[in-house]
Design a protein around this ligand. Structure first.
Ligand SMILES: [Zn+2]
Length: 311
């Protein structure tokens, strides 16, 4: 809170209203309006909005450059001044979505915008290391650091965030964070060899379903125990375990599990809640025949060989 605000309740209310409108504009991807609304109130609420402001400002800088290309009928890439993507990079975007759709048995329905950020921006404030995905109402938006262009990490970040857009379309808000991140890491082909050994030897603690979801909420910048990174690894190990189970290609089974979140009628949903099943419980039961708790027990690393060695 600035001193101007401290003396003036009206100013506090004005900035609250401005921020609410700015958030609405951001969620519609009207970045220019979000920027104009939020800019006079950046320091409001004791600076609590600062990280969000940095996202608005970074995406605004790209939008202002007016540089964009369609790489498919429903995929747009936009980039900032002083960053010229190679045609190969643009092709990679189209291929990444085709690859995720093919592997997980998905037919994308909403358009996708990829926003590359000015590489000169310091992205320490990023909520996720490689970029982030957000639902902007009429379309998906994926924001990636422009500095990734030309590195393998660009393709991995694309696959990861595109998978999040798939989870959003197929399971909506019902999918728990652990499963969302499990699917995204299957998509980006994360390796878990070292993590498997650490969970197996109990150097790292294997968490229960709700504990695991909470671990993703730990503050990444203030996380000496690397709780968040371990949460990602545990989620990925569970996803890999599921993908090895069952007759169909495992990634297709995971895709079918996402669909199972939203295919219940109202009465079935009610019945499941009365029985104490969560949405994830029910979806996993439907496809794999076991509940969330049982899955976590079975997927816990044990024995003498890593999951990846088993094939
Ligand atoms: Zn993710």
């Amino acid at each position: 809170m600035t001193s101007r605000e401290a003396d003036n309740p009206q100013a506090i209310q004005d900035s609250a209203v401005a921020w609410r409108l700015a958030v609405d504009a951001y969620q519609r991807d009207d970045i220019l309006l979000a920027y104009d609304l939020a800019r006079p109130h950046v320091g409001a609420h004791g600076g609590q909005m600062l990280n969000f402001w940095h996202s608005i400002e970074a995406e605004w800088r790209t939008r202002m450059a007016l540089r964009m290309a369609s790489v498919a009928a429903d995929i747009t890439v936009e980039w900032p001044a002083d960053l010229e993507p190679d045609p190969v990079d643009l092709e990679q975007v189209r291929e990444a979505r085709e690859d995720v759709a093919e592997r997980f048995g998905w037919q994308p329905s909403a358009p996708l915008t990829i926003c590359l950020l000015d590489p000169r921006l310091d992205v320490r404030w990023f909520p996720y290391r490689g970029g982030y995905y957000t639902n902007r109402g009429s379309h998906h938006k994926i924001v990636l650091p422009g500095g990734l262009l030309g590195y393998d990490e660009f393709g991995r970040a694309l696959s990861h965030e595109i998978a999040h857009s798939m989870v959003e379309e197929r399971a909506g808000g019902l999918c728990p964070i652990w499963m969302n991140e499990a699917v995204a890491q299957m998509a980006d082909r994360t390796s878990t060899r070292g993590a498997w050994r650490r969970f197996q030897s109990h150097l790292w603690t294997w968490l229960e379903p709700r504990e695991l979801d909470q671990a993703f909420g730990a503050n990444r910048l203030d996380d000496p125990g690397q709780r968040v990174l371990r949460a990602y690894m545990q989620a990925c190990l569970i996803g890999q375990w599921l993908a090895r189970r069952g007759p169909n290609p495992g990634e297709r089974q995971l895709g079918a599990t996402l669909d199972a979140f939203t295919d219940n009628g109202l009465w079935k949903d009610l019945w499941l809640r009365i029985r104490g099943y969560t949405a994830a419980d029910e979806a996993i039961r439907q496809v794999f025949g076991l509940g969330e708790d049982e899955l976590f027990r079975l997927a816990q690393p044990a024995g003498g060989t890593s999951a990846e060695d088993e094939g």
